[in-house]
Ligand binder design. Structure first.
Ligand SMILES: NC(=O)c1ccc[n+]([C@@H]2O[C@H](COP(=O)([O-])OP(=O)(O)OC[C@H]3O[C@@H](n4cnc5c(N)ncnc54)[C@H](OP(=O)(O)O)[C@@H]3O)[C@@H](O)[C@H]2O)c1
Length: 331
């Protein structure tokens, strides 16, 4: 396998976490980083031994020797940066939530498909070893037909004015930040959705503290999901079938253990630790797909991203919340 050269756009919290996981994927070279300011790019490059640091996003997007751009900015900036990267012929890995709007997601997917470049949402949960094991357990029919998914993702955060999680202009709110995980998980095991019922509690800034989401899936499954910033929670997830169920042990979005339960049989436990902080698996997936000349991941396909974005936007609209994509200054 040849080396795939990566560039990171944005030097915030998640960029720092993901950068440390490149060491676990020898075929992936973290070759460049871009920030809105040269000083931040230089500091990030020094910390992670990245050879090149750009003081504008444009510099990295136009660099001829970068194969794939990892976009690690707040959600409303994803669309413009992804479109610019695709326009430069780059593959893209776009943080979750993929964009701030369904229309933004469609624009990015359409552009990637038209250009024939690889594109994927950075939904790292789907690549965790025990989540892959849960998919196999289901595929073998061990729990029968999957009929329900139940779970929560609460991540307690004190309200902080100006922080991206709480500001509408930065795509704030629990639904795009945490709801994306629970809805994505339900969609992975129950498929597309035909009916959506969402209730929320809001901050004064007009974005959600918490949400309760009930989905009816097209194939008949039901999912019952909650998420929020205004309290702690276990982060449990259960996949329920006609012959048994799988518990994805907390916290389900980066789990190390699942237990499989069937009537009259002792529970079976599967444990597997992720490499590094757990982002190495999505890095490996993207690197392998690009090396093989693929334009999508079969584990996190673009159609699933579009469906999840449709569900999230419908949930938001039921509370009268309308997000917008930002216009990003790239130079
Ligand atoms: N997969 C996961 O586990 C995970 C965890 C956390 C976050 N995320 C996702 O990653 C994305 C970034 O989240 P984060 O927590 O890393 O955010 P963050 O700490 O605020 O960092 C975002 C970075 O984006 C850049 N940026 C560009 N325009 C910006 C603007 N107008 N305001 C603020 N920052 C701007 C900044 O980098 P420069 O100044 O260097 O340009 C900033 O450091 C979000 O979409 C989030 O959902 C994923």
């Amino acid at each position: 396998m040849s080396t795939v050269r990566w560039g990171i756009v944005g030097t915030g919290e998640i960029a720092n976490a993901v950068a440390g996981d490149f060491q676990f994927v020898p075929e992936a070279e973290l070759a460049a980083v871009a920030s809105r300011t040269q000083d931040k790019a230089d500091r990030f490059a020094a910390q992670f031994a990245v050879p090149r640091a750009y003081g504008s996003y444009e510099g990295l997007l136009e660099a001829p020797d970068i194969d794939v751009v990892y976009i690690a900015t707040p959600h409303p900036m994803h669309r413009d940066i992804a479109l610019a990267a695709i326009g430069c012929g780059k593959a893209v890995l776009v943080e979750k939530a993929f964009t701030a709007t369904q229309a933004g997601a469609k624009a990015v997917v359409d552009a990637a498909r038209a250009s024939g470049v690889f594109c994927m949402e950075a939904m790292w949960t789907r690549f965790q070893p025990v989540v892959a094991a849960a998919r196999e357990v289901v595929a073998w029919g061990r729990i029968g037909d999957v009929i329900a998914v139940q779970g929560d993702l609460y991540a307690q955060r004190d309200f902080e004015p100006g922080h991206r999680l709480f500001e509408k202009d930065l795509g704030g709110g629990a639904i795009l930040d945490l709801g994306v995980y629970v809805v994505n998980f339900a969609q992975a095991f129950l498929g597309d959705v035909k009916a959506i019922d969402c209730m929320t509690r809001l901050y004064g800034t007009g974005v959600e503290k918490a949400a309760s989401i009930n989905l009816t899936h097209s194939a008949g499954g039901l999912s019952s999901l909650t998420c929020g910033f205004d309290g702690p929670g276990p982060g449990r997830m259960s996949i329920i079938g006609t012959k048994g169920w799988i518990e994805v042990e907390p916290r389900f979005h980066h789990p190390t253990k699942i237990s499989i339960h069937r009537a009259g049989v002792l529970p079976r436990i599967i444990e597997a630790r992720p490499m590094g902080r757990g982002y190495s698996h999505e890095i490996a997936e993207v690197t392998a797909c690009i090396d093989e000349g693929l334009t999508e991941s079969t584990t996190m396909p673009l159609q699933d991203t579009l469906e999840v974005m449709r569900v999230l936007e419908t949930c938001l609209r039921q509370s009268g919340i309308y997000h917008h994509e930002a216009h990003v200054e790239l130079s």
